[in-house]
Design a protein around this ligand. Structure first.
Ligand SMILES: Nc1ncnc2c1ncn2[C@@H]1O[C@H](COP(=O)(O)OP(=O)(O)OP(=O)(O)O)[C@@H](O)[C@H]1O
Ligand SMILES: [Mg+2]
Length: 343
């Protein structure tokens, strides 16, 4: 496969031979070809495999180079594939196997083929959005395991609730993304912050029903195959208001050049209930998250993340401003052309 990302993903042949052999053993036939897969924003070693028996599989691992954060995420994802198999089966790839070997921990999945999006045609965005509604409806109000994070742990966080905005320096960090327009940005942020804080905090009273939330639904974590939505990359799964999961997806479609977020939500709403107040709270809080992240220095190994977060900030803050009847944040256009200082 030609290289489609710039993240430092290792070539298959640089993996220890015992890991490559153990992969073939777990899958019942040796690996004859392995193509690195770039998709999201991280350097995770991921490969599409062709086996000697003609079958295919997908390989995802953590190894000696990975930090505790990545190792914990991998362990959580494996648990999701094992313990939530019944709940996620219609939407997730089949788990074909997993093994541990020294510092390596490997998950082997059904291969779901190449990326479906972007580009996001309206037809494709509509189909995926409606199917995401079906995914949420399937667990809406259903009793879900206690070990899954609840909104207190993943939604009602300082970043999401704009708590960081109490610090004038933190607001200045966001405003500085607007370059020459940073003074306008600072004025806008100071005036708008109370509305954004209040809308986000309304999520505290969201109440039920809640659903299983994937919490990372984005083009790099999904496929549209055979008329069905398939979701993978499950380490962040939790329990929460479905509108939040849907809004996170909707803004990502727009940030990738697809239809606007309200249109995506309309398609989603054809299949799943939408509570307007919770939706507004969700999108204000998602804007808070990207505002808290987008100005930060590039994280090691994730060279494209901040630029994408700046586009997501553009989408979500414009979207929240419309819904909350705030003045238009014209300074956001400058954020898209922001060039980070060279380090
Ligand atoms: N079952 C699968 N079949 C085919 N391709 C897959 C499958 N699972 C993941 N992929 C592809 O591999 C990429 C990486 O997998 P995944 O999203 O699970 O890991 P990640 O840690 O998020 O890495 P990245 O940030 O590179 O996406 C995905 O973005 C997707 O393009
Ligand atoms: Mg991913």
């Amino acid at each position: 496969m030609s290289r489609t990302g710039i993240e430092p993903k290792p070539a298959w042949l640089t993996l220890p031979e015992q890991i490559r052999m153990a992969t073939g053993e777990a899958l019942g036939a040796p690996v004859v070809r392995a193509a690195r897969v770039w998709g999201g924003y991280s350097p995770t070693p991921t490969y599409r495999l062709l086996l000697a028996n003609g079958r295919k599989a997908f390989f995802k691992a953590v190894g000696p180079a990975d930090n505790e954060f990545a190792r914990a995420a991998h362990a959580r994802e494996e648990r999701v594939y094992r313990e939530l198999a019944d709940l996620i089966a219609p939407w997730a790839p089949e788990l074909l196997g997993s093994f541990e070997n020294g510092p390596w921990r490997v998950i082997l999945l059904e291969d779901l083929g190449p990326k479906s999006a972007p580009p996001w045609s309206p037809g494709l965005a509509g189909q995926v959005s409606r199917s995401l509604g079906d995914f949420h409806v399937a667990t809406l109000g259903v009793s879900l395991p206690d070990w899954l994070p609840r909104p207190d742990q993943h939604l009602l966080t300082d970043a999401r609730l704009w708590r960081w905005a109490d610090d004038p320096q933190a607001l200045q960090n966001v405003a500085s993304l607007a370059g020459a327009e940073s003074a306008d940005a600072m004025r806008w942020l100071r005036e708008a912050a109370p509305s954004l804080v209040s809308a986000s905090n309304s999520l505290r009273d969201a109440g039920g029903p809640v659903a299983l939330a994937h919490r990372d639904v984005r083009s790099d974590n999904l496929r549209w195959v055979g008329g069905r939505l398939r979701l993978f990359d499950w380490p962040h799964v939790g329990v929460g208001p479905a509108e939040d999961d849907a809004a996170m997806f909707a803004q990502s479609v727009t940030a990738e050049g697809g239809p606007d977020p309200d249109t995506v939500m309309e398609w989603y709403g054809e299949r799943a209930p939408l509570r307007p107040k919770i939706l507004v709270g969700a999108l204000a809080s998602i804007a808070g998250f990207f505002a808290d992240q987008a100005w930060r220095p590039e994280a090691p190994g994730l060279p494209r993340l901040r630029a994408f977060q700046r586009r997501q900030l553009w989408v979500t803050l414009n979207w929240a401003s419309q819904r909350l009847h705030l003045p238009e944040p014209e300074w956001l256009d400058a954020v898209i052309s922001y060039a980070p200082p060279r380090t």
